[in-house]
Design a protein around this ligand. Structure first.
Ligand code: ZN
Ligand code: ZN
Length: 109
């Protein structure tokens, strides 16, 4: 069964919260989400069985971790835009569930 989020909201300057259809309440620190950005620029990509390393990491700035926009993409992912203009990250629901930082899931990196 595909789990969908019922409610997505930013609860503080540094925290996003997602309530899922199964009642699970996920919490995310924005810096955690940004560092886990799944886009090709951040994570590299695999083209024709050859993997390309991510583009050189730029220096981190505070803007990187400020949430600018959150948009549903179809019914499979969330597109998150950041204040430094980066908005190519598509976070699928599966991905978001596995990144959850609530006490139960405990992804405290
Ligand atoms: Zn990215
Ligand atoms: Zn959780």
């Amino acid at each position: 069964m595909l789990l969908l989020p019922e409610d997505i909201k930013q609860v503080s300057a540094s925290e996003l919260q997602i309530r899922w259809q199964d009642g699970h309440l996920s919490k995310y620190n924005l810096d955690h989400l940004r560092r886990e950005c799944p886009c090709a620029i951040c994570k590299g990509e695999v083209i024709l069985w050859k993997s390309y390393a991510p583009v050189k990491k730029e220096n981190e700035t505070p803007e990187m971790f400020i949430l600018k926009s959150v948009q549903m993409v179809g019914n499979y992912a969330l597109q998150i835009g950041w204040n430094d203009g980066h908005n190519t990250g598509l976070y699928t629901w599966d991905n978001l569930r596995s990144l959850c930082q609530c006490n139960e899931c405990g992804n405290t990196k």
